[in-house]
Structure formats: C-alpha cells, structure tokens
Design a protein around this ligand. Structure first.
Ligand code: FMN
Length: 178
C-alpha cells in the first residue's frame, strides 16, 4: 500500500477488536514500528518510555490481565503486545515539567504510541491501544517496577472493514485565531 499524505493513514487506521489468532506478526514489522516510535519527538528529547514487546506464552498470560468481562475480551486472540512503561525524564525535561507544571511524560508516551501505530498501519498490521489493564499483574508478569502506561494489541485483523470515524465537530475541537 502506498501513502502520499499522513491523512491517508489516519483515515484507515482504526482500533481493531477482532484478530486472526493463527497469524503471527513478523519480527521485522515490529522492529519497523519500533524504529518509527524511536523517531517521535519528546520534551527535551527525554524519551521517557520503554517498549516491552511480548509474544508467545507470555502474551497468552498477559492477555488475561487486560480484560474485565466483555471489556477487551478480544485480547485472547492477540499474539503480540507492546507494553509501554513510563521511565525517567532527563534533567531538562524534569526541570521544565516541574517549573511549568506540565506532564510531559504522558504527552511523550502518547506521541510515541501514535508513531508506532501509524507505522503498523502502513505495514498492514492492525492495532488497538489499551488503557484498561491490571497494572500490578503486568508488572509481576514482566518483572518490572516501572509504571505501565499503555498496552498496544498488535496483529492481523480477522475483520478490518473500515468503520465510520465518529469524531467531535470541527467547531468543538479546533478554531483558528488571528
Ligand atoms: C489512551 C487510550 C486508551 C484506550 N483504551 C482502550 C481499551 O482499553 N480498550 C479498547 O477497546 N479501546 C481502547 N482505546 C481505543 C479507543 O476507544 C479508540 O481509539 C477510539 O474509540 C477511536 O476509535 P478508532 O481508534 O477506531 O479511530 C484506547 C485508546 C486510547 C488512545
């Protein structure tokens, strides 16, 4: 698939909640998404995050910690996850965040996830960003102490029919001020 403008990716990128459990994600595609993520901007270039790519049996265990009843139940068919932890600021980002009372870490993590998932789309992969998970269970499973901020489900869609994008009206979400 060829893309000329970013908006072409944005239009077809959607949260997929129906995965082909028999189709593995190729390692080189994951590496390509990680390379894209690494190019994302961050406050003072601090890159205050770490991506844990979880596959195989660990992914099976992990998927149980993402669900509550029907919520995220599709995760059982997902073979690959990226678990994103929050890491330290560098000194300038730490000072900037404190002086300006801004949470740059969340912003930086969000941008990195956007880069990762956009690249996944260009490679024919489907993703769903997940904010609902049992943080303690994920920390224990991965043997980490850092805060888990987001999880990305990655795979091939069983059904990737494009849904209509529902978004706020332009008036509600931006204005141009001169
Ligand atoms: C921070 C964040 C957390 C999210 N958490 C979940 C989640 O736990 N489960 C889920 O199914 N979708 C989750 N989503 C996906 C959103 O519901 C989805 O992006 C939004 O409804 C827009 O739909 P689209 O991604 O298909 O365009 C999350 C998205 C973001 C950015």
């Amino acid at each position: 698939m060829e893309f000329n403008e970013f908006i072409e990716i944005a239009k077809i990128r959607q949260s997929v909640r129906d995965y082909d459990k028999d189709r593995e994600v190729e390692d080189d595609k994951i590496l390509s998404c990680l390379e894209s993520m690494k190019l994302s901007p961050s406050a003072c270039n601090a890159q205050p995050y770490f991506y844990h790519i979880v596959k195989g049996d660990k992914a099976k265990s992990l998927s149980k910690y993402l669900t509550l009843g029907a919520m995220n139940s599709f995760a059982k068919d997902v073979n690959t996850f990226a678990v994103i932890t929050e890491e330290n600021y560098n000194l300038t980002a730490k000072i900037g965040s404190s002086v300006k009372d801004q949470d740059f870490k969340s912003v930086d993590i969000g941008i990195s996830v956007a880069y990762f998932t956009a690249q996944a789309t260009t490679l024919g992969l489907s993703t769903c960003i997940l904010g609902w998970f049992d943080e303690k269970k994920l920390q224990d499973l991965l043997g980490i102490k850092s805060r888990v901020r987001l999880v990305i489900a990655i795979g091939y869609a069983k059904n990737d029919k494009l849904r209509e994008k529902k978004r706020k009206s332009s008036d509600a979400i931006f204005k141009i001020i001169e």
